[in-house]
Design a protein around this ligand. Sequence first.
Ligand code: FES
Length: 118
Amino acid sequence: SNDDKFVKLFVTDRHGETHEAKAKIGTNMLDVIIDNKIDIDGFGACEATLSCSTCHVILSKESYESLPEPVDEENDMLDLAFGLTPTSRLACQIIVGNQMENWTFVVPKDVHDARQDI
Ligand code: FES
């Protein structure tokens, strides 16, 4: 089983500082950032309920293309994210897998919480 398998990966915060993280296979990237105590202002505000877009991260093209495609609900929410790029995803929807060893997830310098539009 994957119960206690981890990969090492990196998270670059809003200030451009890169943190090494131990990511448990099968968890999502929002949990990885929380579990590794990487403190990012306003990140993950809706607690993975796919209603805020504050967990926006940017991947390399290679990494982005190797992931399963986002579902429509994620794309709708991404449209509201600050600084959307062609390789943007929502961290709470990215499930950690073996292939993510040494990947870097870049958190954009600013944030937009879609819930504030309501
Ligand atoms: Fe809100 Fe990911 S934490 S959409």
